[in-house]
Design a binder for this molecule. Structure first.
Ligand SMILES: Cc1ncc(COP(=O)(O)O)c(C=O)c1O
Length: 417
């Protein structure tokens, strides 16, 4: 019987004993349901003298080697034995197995996170993430041992670049909202580099944008100004033009918007923003709806973030860490977080063609950009390359879907013009 099939307990009855073997029970003395973890601590199974591992008797050579070592200083020795559980191998194995069943897993249900997450988390992603060569790699491994991981990062950034039409992509941000933060930090760095950092103090945000947009602008120190939607749910162009000025740092627009509407005056919107010398930011978290049909880069946007968990099937929230890569136009490229994964030796087109066909390319070489290569970079926004496990899952998803995509490295049919 699964825990959810249990009959409702009578009010005031003692909490259920767990008989499911899953270590948790739903029950409540008040008659409602609650999660109660019934797996006792491992110390409860402890019995004096019980052992899990028995160490082999040391060889004579090992004894002799130990005897020649200096004694451990008296003040570093314990005065009493450590308080450790004394359990058999089976007690240990079963205890931790029961605890592991409390973890949420894709075999038990979809990974939850409100409306913001794709509810499709394919198992092939998990298979790829567990491949030893990838799961056992470490970001501090030298490049010569990390060629596969570096190639994957480079390929994913290339795919996102082509999907979005942006000039360059960083995989580093750990979530959509952090992608926004990264985008606005680059915006600020850009205006500062032109001597306009002090002057450009406001970020315009349509009322149909995602809540994280004004929150991010505020975090970066900008004032936000709300632009009302018109009767079709798009941006009111008149109001936008009135609000733009020499003090505008950026417009942040969620497209398609939180109302689910594609902004049909995108060309005029971007042109007006650029005329004012401001940055055009597109929150691309809703990319799923326009993937392969519209590219933010073609429409002239300067920054766009991707939510890998909304478009490319990676888990998030209850299922694990996130990833919010950010793409930029040429003028913001110098400010991207460092380091980027680079192809330093080999033909990019050949590598991409081969990857799409499921082959690796012999003789090519990848590397992480050396620190300080781009002096205007905003620096790191996340340790190492970001949440590599998420990059790996998103890439696996893209590769597994490639037959339904039009070409290797997607050629979209623009609906913007
Ligand atoms: C349109 C939009 N923008 C931004 C975000 C923020 O993304 P995250 O939850 O990864 O920080 C979300 C939520 O996923 C979103 O739906």
């Amino acid at each position: 019987m699964s825990v959810t099939e249990r009959p409702a307990p009578t009010a005031g009855a003692p909490l259920d004993e767990d008989r499911s073997g899953r270590g948790a029970a739903f029950s409540s003395p008040e008659g409602g349901e609650q999660l109660r973890v019934v797996e006792p601590l491992i110390f409860a199974a402890s019995r004096p003298g019980r052992r899990d591992v028995r160490f082999p008797t040391p060889s004579d050579a090992a004894r002799a080697a130990a005897a020649s070592q200096p004694d451990i200083p008296a003040d570093a020795l314990r005065s009493a034995p450590a308080h450790l559980p004394e359990v058999s191998e089976l007690d240990l194995l079963r205890h931790f197995n029961r605890l592991s069943h409390l973890n949420h897993a894709i075999d038990l249900g979809f990974y939850p996170l409100g409306s913001c997450t794709m509810k499709y988390n394919p198992k092939v992603n998990e298979w790829a993430a567990r491949l030893a060569g990838l799961s056992e790699s470490h970001p501090l491994d030298p490049a010569v041992l990390s060629q596969g991981s570096l190639e994957l990062q480079w390929l994913l950034a290339e795919l996102l670049r082509e999907i979005s039409g942006m000039a360059a992509v960083s995989l580093q941000p750990a979530a959509g909202a952090q992608g926004e933060l990264t985008g606005l930090l680059m915006t600020r760095a850009y205006h500062r580099s032109r001597g306009e950092g002090e002057q450009r103090t406001t970020v315009l945000v349509p009322d149909s944008s995602h809540g994280t947009n004004p929150a991010t602008a505020t975090m970066v120190g900008y004032q936000t100004v709300t632009i009302r939607s018109n009767e079709r749910g798009g941006i009111d162009l008149g109001e936008l033009r009135d609000a733009l000025g020499p003090y505008t740092a950026a417009l942040m627009i969620t497209n398609p918007s939180t109302l689910g509407i594609f902004e049909d005056q995108i060309d005029q919107v971007v042109a007006a923003v650029h005329e004012a010398g401001a940055i055009a930011y597109m929150d691309g978290a809703n990319l799923n709806a326009i993937l392969g049909r519209f590219r933010a880069g073609d429409a002239g946007f300067d920054v766009m973030h991707f939510n890998l968990h909304k478009t490319f099937s990676t888990p998030h929230g209850g299922g694990g860490p996130g990833a919010g890569p950010v793409g930029v136009s040429q003028r913001l490229a110098p400010f991207l977080p460092e380091p980027l994964a680079l192809l330093v030796d080999g033909d990019a087109r050949e590598v991409k063609r081969n990857a799409w066909a499921g082959r690796s390319t012999p003789g090519v070489r990848f590397a992480l950009e050396a620190e300080g290569t781009r002096p205007e970079s905003i620096g790191k926004v996340r340790a190492f390359a970001g949440n590599f496990g998420m990059h790996l899952r998103a890439y696996t998803y893209m590769i597994s879907r490639r037959r339904s995509w039009t070409t290797a490295f997607i050629r979209p049919r623009s609906i913007s013009r």
